[in-house]
Design a protein around this ligand. Structure first.
Ligand SMILES: Nc1ncnc2c1ncn2[C@@H]1O[C@H](COP(=O)(O)OP(=O)(O)OP(=O)(O)O)[C@@H](O)[C@H]1O
Length: 295
């Protein structure tokens, strides 16, 4: 019999996650799966459960939670020979991965998507010894993005990041960054370096409109040292999908990127606090399979 594991973070979203488990179980049983439910109690439980699913050759893993739960779940797939197909029920406030795959943001509708027989093969990013599904940010601004509170995100959605970003930009200074890719090196003062895998970054679907989940590329943005006026124009470009054409932004795509700095700089990965620099980033093309809507 086919095996499925539901990984659920009961604290995610508006704490309604447990209500949805029964619905997901019913759908999976109707599809012929034997189902087990693994409820997270603390950080990294989702990684531990997903790793166990790989070792036990489970066919399907469903992540019910926000981007944090999804990030921890996919990290259970690292270096595994058997990687279960993934299903996603987004309960967070941003849900970049679901947006990029056209999975409905309404949990009830996302659950119905699990009846779909369509599976998409998508890229995953590797940062040092960790996987990521959506985005890595490095630099002084990245730290402030980690401090956006759950209340702010619930109230403002993606705009909570923009608000925090503007607030920080006024008082933050740039730092020296050295970014190497494909034999080229960029060195200079930067406020933020962002690597995106999909078109949706922090809920903004126009940051990299052409990025697709299976293009085998890291989409990279260097935001140079900018003044307050440029901050406003960078923000506007972000909203209107023209960020990469901004004069203070360097945009490139790559399969591998190295990032170093002489300063002590932290990172944000898939919306969570990440490790300090240096970073080795790499795309893992067509690495996982995800259930997506049929339309
Ligand atoms: N039982 C639990 N209680 C509290 N925190 C948990 C529990 N299980 C997992 N976590 C942690 O909760 C963090 C946040 O989860 P997640 O991002 O899925 O939800 P969210 O904060 O509601 O979503 P978003 O950040 O998109 O608003 C995860 O990084 C995880 O480590």
């Amino acid at each position: 019999m086919k095996q499925a594991m539901i990984i659920i973070n009961p604290s995610s979203g508006k704490e309604e996650a447990l209500e949805y488990v029964r619905q997901v179980e019913d759908i999976l049983r109707n599809k012929g799966y034997e189902v087990r439910v693994s409820e997270t109690a603390k950080p990294l439980d989702a990684t531990k459960f997903c790793l166990q699913a790989c070792k036990e050759y489970v066919d399907l893993v469903i992540s019910i939670g926000g981007d944090g739960t999804l990030h921890e779940t996919i990290n259970g797939l690292i270096d595994q020979e058997h990687r279960p197909t993934l299903g996603v029920v987004p309960l967070g406030t941003v849900n970049d991965f679901a947006r990029a795959l056209n999975i409905p943001l309404n949990p009830e509708k996302a659950i119905q998507t699990l009846t779909s027989s369509l599976v998409k093969t998508v890229d995953i990013g590797k940062m040092n010894d960790r996987l990521f599904a959506n985005v890595v940010a490095a630099g002084s601004l990245a730290e402030s993005l980690s401090s956006v509170s759950s209340e702010e995100k619930t109230k403002l959605g993606a705009f909570a990041y923009l608000k925090e970003g503007f607030k920080e930009l006024i008082k933050t200074s740039s730092h020296p960054l050295t970014i190497t890719h494909d034999g080229e090196t960029w060195s200079g003062e930067s406020l933020l370096f962002v690597v995106a895998l999909t078109n949706s970054v922090g809920g903004f679907e126009k940051m990299v409109p052409e990025a697709s989940v299976d293009d085998g590329l890291l989409h990279c943005f260097i935001i140079k040292d900018i003044n307050v006026f440029s901050t406003i124009t960078v923000g506007t470009s972000l909203l209107f999908g023209s960020l990469k054409e901004h004069k203070d932004v360097v945009y490139f795509t790559a399969k591998e990127v190295q990032v170093t700095s002489s300063a002590q700089l932290h990172t944000n990965v898939d919306g969570e606090d990440g490790p300090p620099l240096p970073l080795e980033l790499r795309i893992l093309p067509s690495h996982i399979q995800v259930i997506v809507p049929e339309e």
